[in-house]
Design a protein around this ligand. Structure first.
Ligand code: GLY
Length: 277
């Protein structure tokens, strides 16, 4: 697990005006405050860049792609290989081109999903440092999971059905080396049980009262050690108390009130990679 969470670069993308009316959402009609969404996003980007020292590559927003801020879904990067995704939502397929360009410029080995029967969203791919879990969801299918397993042959890849959320990582992420952050809903707990049954590895778990809060961003930086970007106490007071008990962490609350209305979590807004890997 040495090096887990170590990152040199973050790819992010701006928020188009079209997000408020055009981004996909599973439910709800509450309006998105675009100005507030941009302020929150700027804080997120500044935290990764000026705050934590990552080199941030910010792609411009594309008005024709309302969900384009959610770059995580467009690629899975592990080591020096980037698997470009084939998003399950047709309206999101065009997002991959800009990601391909920037990851190519970074010198990564690029693999594309050619099979037109496959769908794969990065938000369904959880890398624990030891293995991959692929959420089979409305966005990611069996064929997509098979292709990921073929590309990242050095690691075990297990598939887990996701219900009750957009993506696997909507309620299940890594909060540290060997530490799984998981929501409390029946859907989230069932996923965790299935993952534990399939895995040869043992993980600690950090159970959050709120599923959405279980989507957090873990980094290990040379200067600050364990760092966790997590949702704020204003948004999720009970979950913030759980985060507050983590020892030896730099905890950074990051508000995400607006993008959450269109099913975006904290991990959704970046592709993190380590060029030195
Ligand atoms: N709005 C994020 C998605 O549905 O993909």
């Amino acid at each position: 697990m040495a090096g887990f969470g170590r990152c040199s670069h973050a790819v992010v993308r701006g928020i188009p005006d079209s997000l408020a009316g055009g981004a996909l959402r599973r439910s709800g009609t509450e309006g998105v405050d675009t100005a507030r969404a941009r302020r929150e996003h700027e804080h997120y980007v500044r935290t990764l860049g000026a705050g934590l020292g990552l080199e941030v590559l910010e792609l411009p927003a594309d008005e024709g792609l309302p969900d384009c801020v959610f770059v995580e879904d467009t690629a899975v990067v592990c080591g020096d290989t980037a698997l470009l995704s084939r998003p399950g939502a047709l309206s999101r397929r065009g997002e991959v081109d800009a990601t391909k360009k920037v990851l190519t410029q970074l010198g990564l080995n690029i693999v594309e999903v050619i099979d037109e029967t496959a769908t794969l969203d990065g938000g369904d791919i959880l890398f624990t440092g030891k293995e991959f879990f692929v959420g089979l969801s409305d966005r990611t299918n069996q064929r997509g999971a098979e292709i990921l397993a073929d590309v990242f042959k050095d690691y075990a890849v297990s598939k887990v059905s996701v219900t009750g959320a957009l993506h696997l990582k909507s309620f299940c992420t890594m909060a540290g080396p060997g530490l799984i952050a998981i929501g409390s809903s029946d859907h989230a707990q069932k996923v965790l049980t299935n993952m534990q049954e399939m895995s040869e590895h043992r993980y600690d778990k950090l159970t959050l009262p709120d599923d959405e809060a279980a989507n957090c961003v873990y980094l290990n930086t040379p200067e600050k050690g364990h760092v966790l970007l997590h949702r704020t106490a204003e948004e999720f007071p009970e979950s913030a108390k759980v985060f507050g008990k983590l020892r030896d962490y730099l905890l950074i609350p990051v508000a995400n009130t607006e993008l959450a209305k269109v099913d975006g979590g904290l991990t959704c807004c970046s592709i993190l990679l380590n060029k030195g890997a």
